[in-house]
Design a protein around this ligand. Structure first.
Ligand code: TF8
Length: 332
């Protein structure tokens, strides 16, 4: 008892010294393909504030925008080689590295954001995150890119046939490619940073992205029509270089992973509140915006259904079965 009374304060003092020493001054760069007006910037700001608060300002998270540190794929490769700390890419851009990620790209998979959140934040999402580790990537959270719709400068899409023959840029990804082939368009895969210039020169007629991206990337300057196809929901992944992650202390890792989740909640909230604002802004810039009748969406769904089977080999049938089982459970 006596011994304990003497030792306890010493032990406590030692503990607090070592906890302090285990957080170092670090600048953590996070690469983004979108620009700093996108809801991702709201998430990065919340994540950075959280990390600063919890580390007495020692952990500084700094956002880089508009692919300044490379496109989704290039920046992710920089993480793998350990030359960059963090990246927030669309999962869709990374299927070439991890084909299981394609499961999220299956057309008309999710019915709403609530379903996406439940799948991504639950056991299924964690299972997919774990598959990134062997690639040298630590996925800390899923943020939201969102439900994608088609823009173009030829005509509004009111029925499935209106898509026929349009040159639509897609993310380089076989599921997108096959989906847009099944919709009878002429899909052109290219990285995001090339899209606006290609729309400007008329090399392509259209592209597909969520309204917040269309608005923040000023695509209204080069596109006339936005038609709500909501054909695919894309998550963002918030990843850390495993090489660099393994050099962080347990305390630093805990702060950063907790703060990625704090950022997630702020980012998803911003993404959702800003969707309607983005649509209003697109209209005020002169874009013609239209819903597509449910019967026409049903036709599109039927037309792209074969993609599920076609892509099962690359995505993994088990992954497809599992996600559908989770979704069925949510829909009960
Ligand atoms: C795409 C994606 C992109 C994001 C971002 C630019 O169309 O939706 O908006 O991955 O990195 O390529």
């Amino acid at each position: 008892m006596k011994k304990f009374a003497i030792l306890a304060p010493v032990t406590l003092a030692l503990l607090s010294v070592s906890a302090h020493a285990q957080i170092q001054n670090r600048t953590i760069r996070v690469s983004n393909g979108v620009n700093d007006t996108h809801p991702v910037a709201t998430g990065v700001k919340a994540m950075a504030e959280c990390a600063a608060n919890r580390s007495d300002g020692k952990l500084k998270i700094q956002g880089f925008w508009s692919a300044a540190l490379g496109d989704d794929v290039a920046a992710t490769n920089a993480l793998r080689s350990g030359t960059l700390e963090m990246v927030i890419p669309s999962s869709s851009a990374l299927v070439g590295m991890q084909s299981a990620l394609g499961v999220f790209d299956l057309p008309f998979l999710f019915n709403n954001e609530k379903e996406a959140d439940a799948v991504l934040d639950g056991a299924f999402g964690r299972n997919i995150s774990n598959k990134m580790t062997s690639l040298g990537l630590v996925n800390l959270a899923y943020w939201e890119n969102g439900f994608r719709s088609v823009t173009n400068s030829k005509r509004p899409i009111n029925k499935m046939e209106d898509l026929a023959g349009l040159k639509i840029r897609v993310i380089p990804n076989p599921i997108y490619l096959e989906t847009f082939k099944a919709l009878k368009t002429n899909p052109v895969p290219m990285p995001f940073s090339e899209v606006v210039p290609a729309l400007e020169t008329g090399a392509i007629d259209g592209q597909e992205n969520p309204p917040v991206t269309i608005e923040t990337s000023k695509m209204y300057e080069v596109q006339d029509y936005l038609s709500f196809s909501r054909h695919i929901y894309t998550p963002f992944m918030v990843m850390y270089s495993k090489k660099l992650w393994d050099r962080l202390s347990k305390e630093e890792q805990k702060i950063i992973s907790d703060c990625a989740v704090v950022g997630r909640d702020a980012q998803r909230k911003a993404s959702r509140t800003r969707t309607d604002e983005a649509v209003a802004a697109l209209k005020s810039h002169g874009m013609k915006v239209n819903e597509i009748a449910p019967a026409e969406i049903a036709k599109m769904r039927a037309a792209v259904k074969p993609v599920y089977e076609q892509q099962a080999k690359t995505i993994g049938q088990t992954n497809i079965d599992q996600i559908q089982k989770v979704l069925e459970g949510l829909r009960k």
